[in-house]
Structures are given as C-alpha cells and as structure tokens.
Design a protein around this ligand. Structure first.
Ligand SMILES: [Zn+2]
Length: 221
C-alpha cells in the first residue's frame, strides 16, 4: 500500500513538471504504468453528472450511456453517443465522454463553423471520423492507455460541407489551397480548445486524421 502511495505521489509530482514525454517513457514500465493509467482515468477533467446536465442545455443531439469497463483498465463513465453538435452531424454517433462532447460543441460553434465559412465559403454539415473509443495503449508507449481507452478522444478524418464539398485530412492536409489552409487553421486552434491536438505533421501514425482529446496532458503537434 505504501509503495503504491509513494508511486502515485511521485506520478503526481512528475505530472506537475509537465514533462509529458519523459513521464510516459518512465511510466511505460509496469507497475508505474498501472498507477499512471489510474491517475489518467480519475483526472479526466469535469466529466461528471453536471456535465450531462449542461450538455442537455446545448443545441446537441445525444443519447446517454451507462458506465462500463473492459479488461479492468478501460473504464468509460458519463459517456454519450453524440449524433449532432450545433449544425454539424457526426457520422455513426460516436461514443464520447460528456466532457469531450462538450468541448466539441464549443469548438463547432466558436471555431469550426466560422473557419469553414471564412476559408471555404460554406458551413460544415458532417464530421467524419475513424474512431473514438478503443481499449488500447498509446501507439508509441505500450502499457500507457490512450485517451481512446476512456472514450475521451476523437480521430477526425474529414468534413462534408453544406455545398457538398468534402475535406479529407489524408488528401488535403498538404498543399496551399483553401482546404489545406482550413485543416491547418482548425488543427492549430484545436490546441487551445482541447488538451491534445495532433496533426499529420506530428508523425506517420497521424497521416490521415486529426486527434483531439480532453485528457490530462497538454500537447500540440
Ligand atoms: Zn487518436
């Protein structure tokens, strides 16, 4: 018990130092990884019953889900199936924490729609994604759970506009045209609106999507 407590406190001190990369390298070694995963799960900010009440007040279409867990470590609480935020529908009503749904709602209103209108001359009708919940480790650090393991992340692969035009992260990220400008503006602004925003510029794993999450760490790449 004492050892677990010492490790947990050590983990907290390290977290405050904001040395994310060093921390996750160290924590990939069991059993520190177990402690970090626990801290991670417990520290999803403000994902609670009052978030669900707040979400109900917004212009959002969703279905609330009962909490569930998988393989002892992937635990999903206060989650929803999110079908629409504001004027933007989501393909397949993905599973997301209430917190993440809330942040996406604000991002749609404050950033996505105004940026699409300004740079592409049309608003967004649909967001396309390649996954939200997935009980797995981070791709780079085996043993440390991804925010996807808590349904606290989304991998956005593109958008469909009201005028029928499509924006595809894989095809349109590179280049100097309007679609590329739009994606880069959105990825950059996502750094402020979400805890983590990862773009195709970050690494080969993200060649076809933008990863946004509402977890503990802060990172923008
Ligand atoms: Zn992701």
């Amino acid at each position: 018990m004492l050892i677990v407590l010492v490790m947990a406190m050590g983990g907290l001190v390290l977290l405050q130092m904001d040395t994310r990369k060093n921390l996750i390298r160290v924590a990939a070694i069991h059993p520190i990884a177990v402690v970090i995963n626990k801290i991670n799960r417990l520290s999803i900010p403000a994902n609670n019953a009052s978030c669900l009440k707040e979400l109900e007040q917004r212009d959002v279409e969703f279905e609330q889900l009962a909490a569930f867990s998988q393989s002892n470590s992937c635990k999903v609480e206060y989650a929803v199936r999110l079908a629409r935020v504001g004027k933007m529908k989501l393909d397949n009503a993905p599973l997301l924490t209430c917190r993440m749904a809330m942040q996406l709602t604000e991002f749609e209103q404050d950033t996505l729609q105004p940026t699409a209108k300004r740079l592409l001359g049309s608003e967004i009708n649909r967001l396309k994604h390649i996954g939200t919940y997935n009980c797995r480790s981070m791709r780079k650090y085996n043993g440390i759970l991804s925010q996807h393991a808590f349904a606290n992340a989304i991998d956005v692969s593109g958008f469909v506009l009201n005028n029928g035009s499509t924006i595809n992260v894989e095809k349109d990220w590179k280049g100097s045209k309007a679609k590329s400008k739009f994606l880069k503006a959105v990825a950059s602004k996502a750094c402020k609106s979400f805890r983590v925003s990862v773009s195709p510029d970050s690494d080969a794993n993200h060649f076809n999507h933008l990863h946004w999450d509402a977890g503990l760490y802060r990172s923008c790449s």
